[in-house]
Design a protein around this ligand. Sequence first.
Ligand code: FPP
Length: 243
Amino acid sequence: MKQKDLLLKKPENPPRHVAIIMDGNGRWALKRGLPRVAGHKAGVDSLVSCVEACSAWGIEVLTVYAFSTENWGRPRDEVTFLMHLLEEAFDRYIDRLHANGVMVRVIGRRTGLPESTTRHIEHAERLTAGNTGLRLLIAFNYGGRAELVDGVKALCARVARGELSPEAIDEECLSAHLTTAGFPDPDLLIRTGGEFRISNFLLWQLAYTELYITDVFWPDFRAQQLHQALMEFQKRQRRFGKV
Ligand code: FPP
């Protein structure tokens, strides 16, 4: 964490789980006359800054949307760049995350990823599995609908094997078959880059999540901007459908 960020006061009653749609990397780069991928690269620094802040402020879970199932439709070079970027980020930061007690988990489909990317993911997860600090979930090759399809398939398979009766399926049961099983639902969703969309992120889990949308592009979103979002969250009155 940078010296000036250490001066940021730990927010009172911070959310247990913060989810972030890290958008605006391409626009950040274009504004500077740089290739789009330069925005993704700078975005890793924002992620590091936010992870360190969440750790310092005692947030339990941080989930970030790094690569969606729809992102395969981007130019091939950009897709390849993003795969390498995840590998490079792990090479560079995994020991530091581990030393800080962060548990890393990658959620999303493993099928279709390059073998070296899968290897990096498995190493990061294995290394940090026993850590008890911040739990960092990186959504990579993730789509909310795909996740629900996979969860429903797993439930159907259990029904077919006679392990589960259809009547026993309730919300808790479906939650337990999603990639976020065992983690609380997000309290706060932050979207950078100013668009008002969920973009197939955590469709089930966001049912009662507070939304915070900022025009700031992701590479400019650091601990300080996160702090501002948490201050705004504190003002919200959550009713969960009640009065
Ligand atoms: C959306 O911005 C961002 C992404 C698709 C990639 C997010 C990745 C990072 C922030 C880097 C961290 C990632 C890893 C792999 C550790 P955009 O390209 O859609 O921006 P735009 O809306 O301005 O075009």
